[in-house]
Design a protein around this ligand. Sequence first.
Ligand SMILES: C[S@@+](CC[C@H](N)C(=O)[O-])C[C@H]1O[C@@H](n2cnc3c(N)ncnc32)[C@H](O)[C@@H]1O
Length: 287
Amino acid sequence: MHIPVLKEKVLEYLNVENGKIFFDGTLGFGGHTQAILERNDKAFVYATDKDGYAIERTTERLKDYKDRFNFFNIDFKEIFKLSLPINQFDGFLFDLGVSSDQLDNPEMGFAYSKDSPLDMRMDKRQQITAETIINDYSYSELIRVFRDYGEFKRPEKLVKEVLVARKQKRLTTTFELKRVVRNLYKRRKTMDPLARVFQAVRIEVNKELENLETFLLKLIDIMKKGARIVIISFHSLEDRISKNLLRKAKTENKLVVLTKKPVIASEKESRENPRARSAKLRAGERI
Ligand SMILES: C[S@@+](CC[C@H](N)C(=O)[O-])C[C@H]1O[C@@H](n2cnc3c(N)ncnc32)[C@H](O)[C@@H]1O
């Protein structure tokens, strides 16, 4: 079961006790949404998730609160298409990336510790999977993916290895991709190349970083005075976007940054929930 990270900090920075309408862009298992609904019995939560299964399961799990939420199975970047009173919302939460439920679900293909189909789609309605990227992307497209999203300074050798392997046989499982990467790189404790390959492909499949900053800047424009935005990121690429975004909005006099440094989990939380170790929370208030 997914444990919400930095739960108390999220409630504090969203100023949940004093707000009424909240938006949870990344509903997942609904841990944060549930905490909002429990902390403030006047609160209403609109939420989105690309993963239809997450929406279905969390709707059922939180059915006791059904009069106080409305969930949508869409990308949060699409919320402007819904006719929601966004300019009246009091707080916005984005707990980026994937949930433990998704990581642990072998059907999703996110984890290299499990042998599963190379899928990695949060949204099963979408066509492109990890298998498509690994087998059908050109040399230069793969270079871009591994350099931009896996932070490989020189991804050429890795891409060539993938190209050679896929010529012999289409790579269709996580373990097949893992073998190709391990042919080149040994396991490392930090920044393991294998983890970076999986991260890169996952980001590409789900277009996780595409237009993220533009979307969030547009959102901040619309937010009412006093509304809060909270972003939790799990790797440096996401955190860079979140940091730049708050800085930009501050320079344009649209936002006060509430977190001088990113808020991180306590030792106790990190011990109890290893996912929390890499979490960084940043928050701002519209002025
Ligand atoms: C880290 S989990 C959120 C966990 C949640 N806060 C909880 O406490 O259970 C991220 C969730 O956001 C979803 N997600 C990621 N990017 C998304 C996007 N751009 N639009 C909608 N949902 C997204 C994923 O499918 C996943 O379920």
